[in-house]
Design a protein around this ligand. Structure first.
Ligand SMILES: NC(=O)c1ccc[n+]([C@@H]2O[C@H](COP(=O)([O-])OP(=O)(O)OC[C@H]3O[C@@H](n4cnc5c(N)ncnc54)[C@H](OP(=O)(O)O)[C@@H]3O)[C@@H](O)[C@H]2O)c1
Length: 209
């Protein structure tokens, strides 16, 4: 089972929809059971809903799809239950101002590295930060994009790269260890500023590999 903590928002529902359509069993998590169940029903495809703690217990891999401001609060009580599991961090810590979107400074280096500190026994993988929820939520949109994947856990990284490529035209790119996640989190701010200029959903494609 693939679980999404805070999966009731657009990114969690969008990833849940695409993975369910690819044949994965999906569990949507929330702080409130009724919200999780409603989101799972909305997705269809056999998705189920539950409290974040239930999702953490029943799923592997587990995706973090809360805002950055909620990630520590969500994950700290789940540290034991997430031991040895793959935890995929989709979070890009951003500040939205009327004139610009900027990356927030994170003492740990990145949101993903902070998650590895909170969950020292989990296999943390950073991925999907640059993939638009709006595009994920529309199954008719082909996502012509790379998902840049960073982790210190090689088997976990390969497994999430394989999973990412189950979403139509997505290509997974190995970007090395988790310390590189901050570049991906920061380029997400750049993409959102480009989106504001061009009124679109930009994404990234790495060339030369
Ligand atoms: N939106 C995008 O296009 C996009 C693209 C790439 C990556 N991301 C990343 O994906 C993550 C989710 O994005 P989103 O737009 O789906 O976010 P969101 O709608 O703001 O939040 C997702 C869910 O997180 C839970 N949540 C909200 N605040 C929380 C808190 N303080 N503590 C614990 N849980 C909280 C809520 O679920 P419950 O109330 O049901 O618990 C909410 O439905 C973000 O970190 C973002 O950087 C987003």
């Amino acid at each position: 089972m693939l679980g999404l903590l805070g999966g009731t928002g657009p990114e969690g529902k969008g990833l849940g929809l695409r993975f369910a359509l690819a044949g994965e069993r999906v569990m949507i998590g929330s702080r409130q059971r009724h919200r999780a169940k409603a989101a799972a029903e909305e997705l269809g495809c056999g998705a189920i809903g539950g409290l974040n703690s239930e999702v953490a217990a029943k799923s592997d891999p587990v995706f973090v799809t809360t805002p950055y401001q909620g990630q520590a609060e969500t994950l700290e009580p789940l540290s034991d239950i997430l031991s040895d599991k793959i935890v995929v961090v989709t979070v890009a810590p951003l500040k939205f101002d009327p004139s610009t979107v900027s990356a927030i400074h994170i003492d740990a280096g990145s949101a993903a590295e902070e998650v590895q500190q909170i969950l020292p026994n989990a296999k943390v993988v950073a991925a999907f930060q640059t993939i638009s929820a709006i595009e994920l939520l529309n199954p008719h949109v082909r996502i012509e994009s790379d998902v840049v994947v960073c982790s210190d856990h090689l088997d976990a990284k390969k497994s999430i790269m394989t999973l990412a490529e189950k979403i139509d035209s997505i290509r997974a790119v190995d970007a090395g260890s988790l310390v590189n996640a901050h570049y991906v989190e920061q380029i997400t701010a750049l993409l959102l500023n480009i989106n504001r200029e061009y009124k679109t959903h930009s994404s990234i494609k790495i060339t030369g590999i």
